[in-house]
Write a protein that binds this ligand. Structure first.
Ligand code: ATP
Ligand code: MG
Length: 618
């Protein structure tokens, strides 16, 4: 078996030991890596289930991500921005600092005050970061001002952002101003409420004192991906959240001054907030920011970018990887990927097959993979290898162990920790610094969603297993667990079985009621390039499942579909497949990326249903 032991020069056993001894003291030590205007009096105020970290402490997120870096190294490159069409911009920390100061003054001149809310609707451009950090500088949390652009680029077309905003806010009298960035250079209708970005910035002063904000001051509100169809408005604070990100970014990515980091996440999702905006900037890292779609104009777009900027750390999603795999090895093999030294993944369980492909073909067997498990609610990574801290032997498909200072377990229905190798629910047993403050304007829902199944542990909603070595394996969402003939099966276990067949690029399974088995498994499969739908292939795949998982996992039906329905953050929406299969209402699909996928799945489903009927009547 291949040896996947990693450790990037560090083997610090002390950190984990200190964390185990006293997690509160440990996080206080970590918080000292940030710049505080005033030191906290209480490291943790825990009024279950509400936590406040570093209470009494005062700091500013924009000061920590910009001023602190600029004082040491003003010319350091912050952003290597790449547009979809190949345009590029280089932005230094000093450039970013000036822009953020000016924009903070612009917001103030428009009457924005500490505690006001601002809506940002921008493409992946440097001004998006400028806007976020300016809000953080003056103490805003997230709507009387809207910041947008004329348009943004996606798959070669221009999305008219200003028009979308005009529609969205028509009749909303409380919106005082809309700030419009000229990015796509398309004509837009402007009223007296609308202000052009350059007009506002022209005379803005480049000095804006950062507000000294309470550690528990809200930094932003962000909605979860909506995989379950019920996005939740997660509210994050400042001091705890930044501490979590400072530490995890260093531990996970072992960041060095010379690194070129590239995270493919959109800033609109939590990965973009935590590991594009705050984590890298807190460390003065240089990163690539890319505006367009990962496979546009060609499937080699990501590899071109890695080659062009000599990217050393690449952080993406299993969904993206499965798509790249579908196109075959030839495409990445045409590019020089030798600069890469570390690979990351987040968002869904990564199938062992995909993990190995990433390791072999992209990392050329020399770059370790950090599979990072976390949620919008956790703020930062929770279960992940930490090569910047310690050596660990990786296992393809496992996110490995919790980071130091957090307490995570797998429990049964009653909340009791299960024996190793037993499936159960993933819970977090102690407060952690990146934890959400609450759900925006809904403390009751916060209690209900996360703290009602188990009173003293945070319920993640994920199904998992901890093996004998203490490694965690994510089996999928608890809501999606299938109950077949008395066995509980996580979606990830089954889907990894399908994806390990050479013809299968992507798979999604769900259960439908069955008289005998309780639930029957149905699978929706996307084939790799070069394979096509046939009965022989179907039978071959079913045999494969029998071999790799066992007869219990045999699907009742297989459907070949061109695409799977996914959220905009790239996660498979299994609940939609289930609704289609059961003939239920498909519910809210506002977070869906590709609406066409729904009708494609419906069509595949109908086709199979009809052919079953035909066979029955024969
Ligand atoms: P919603 O809660 O609205 O349904 P969501 O849970 O998809 O949306 P996120 O907070 O973006 O929204 O995603 C967190 C979830 O993603 C986790 O609970 C888990 O199910 C999954 N996840 C994230 N990273 C990993 C990983 N490395 N391995 C396995 N699963 C992961
Ligand atoms: Mg969730």
């Amino acid at each position: 078996m291949a040896d996947y032991t990693i450790g990037l020069g560090n083997n610090d056993s002390q950190t984990r030991k200190r964390a185990d001894e006293d997690y509160i003291k440990f996080w206080a030590e970590q918080a000292k890596n940030l710049y505080w205007f005033e030191v906290w009096h209480d490291t943790l105020q825990w009024n279950p289930p509400f936590g406040g970290w570093f209470v009494g402490g005062k700091l500013n997120a924009s000061y920590n991500t910009l001023d602190v870096i600029v004082q040491k190294n003003p010319t350091k490159t912050a952003l290597l921005w790449e547009g979809e069409g190949g345009q590029s911009r280089v932005v230094s920390y000093n450039d970013l600092w000036i822009e953020v100061n000016k924009f903070s003054n612009v917001l103030k001149s428009l009457g924005v005050q500490k505690g006001d809310r601002i809506t940002i609707y921008l493409p992946m451009v440097p001004e998006l970061l400028v806007s976020m950090l300016a809000c953080a500088r003056i103490g805003d949390s997230g709507s009387k001002i809207v910041i947008t652009a004329d348009g943004g680029f996606r798959r070669g077309t221009i999305i008219k952002l200003k028009e979308v905003i005009d529609d969205a806010i028509s009749g909303l009298d409380f919106i005082q101003n809309v700030i419009v960035l000229e990015h796509a250079k398309i004509p837009v209708a402007l009223t007296s409420r609308d202000k052009k970005w350059p007009d506002l910035m022209k005379f803005a002063s480049p000095n804006c004192e950062p507000e000294k904000l309470e550690s528990t001051h809200p930094l932003y509100i962000l909605y979860t991906s909506g995989t379950t169809g019920k996005p939740k408005g997660v509210l994050h604070g400042t001091g705890g959240y930044l501490t979590h990100l400072y530490s995890t970014f260093k531990w996970i990515f072992d960041i060095k001054d010379s690194d070129v980091y590239f995270c493919t996440a959109d800033i609109g999702w939590v990965t973009g907030h935590s590991y594009v905006a705050y984590g890298p900037l807190l460390h003065g890292a240089t990163q690539v920011m890319y505006e367009g779609a990962p496979d546009f104009p060609t499937p080699s777009r990501m590899w071109e970018i890695i080659q062009k900027y000599k990217v050393t750390i690449f952080y993406t999603t299993p969904t993206a990887l499965r798509m790249f795999m579908k196109f075959g090895d030839g495409i990445p093999n045409l590019h020089d990927l030798s600069s890469l030294r570390l690979l990351g993944t987040v968002g869904e369980p990564i199938n062992p097959e995909v993990w190995k492909w990433y390791y072999d073909i992209i990392g050329k067997k020399k770059s370790p993979i950090v599979d990072t498990w976390w949620q919008t609610e956790t703020g930062g990574a929770m279960i992940t290898p930490v090569p910047g801290l310690e050596t660990i032997s990786l296992k393809p498909g496992s996110a490995t162990r919790p980071i130091p200072g957090v307490d995570i377990a797998v429990v049964d229905e009653s909340g009791k920790e299960v024996a190793p190798e037993t499936k159960g629910y993933l819970v977090i047993r102690k407060p952690w610094p990146g934890m959400l403050l609450t759900l925006y304007h809904d403390d009751e829902k916060y209690k209900l969603v996360y703290w009602s199944k188990y009173k003293t542990s945070y319920y993640t909603g994920d199904y998992a297993i901890k093996d004998k070595d203490g490694y965690f394996w994510m089996l999928g969402r608890a809501d999606d667990v299938l109950k077949v003939a008395g066995h509980r099966l996580g979606t990830a276990e089954l889907e990894s079985g399908f994806v390990s067949h050479k013809a299968v690029a992507e798979s999604a399974v769900c259960g439908i009621p069955h008289d005998v088995k309780g639930e029957a498994i149905i699978a929706f499969l996307v084939l790799r390039d070069g394979y096509s739908n046939s009965e022989t292939l179907k039978n071959e795949i079913v045999d494969h499942i029998r071999n790799v998982i066992g007869p219990i996992a045999l699907p009742e039906q297989l459907y070949f579909v061109p695409r799977l329905p996914k959220t905009r953050s790239g996660k498979i929406m299994r609940r939609l497949l289930k609704a289609i299969a059961k003939g239920d209402d498909i519910g809210d699909i506002s977070t869906l990326e590709n609406e066409a996928a729904v009708s494609e799945v419906q069509a595949a489903f109908e086709e199979v249903k009809l052919s079953i009927k035909k066979n029955q009547t024969r």
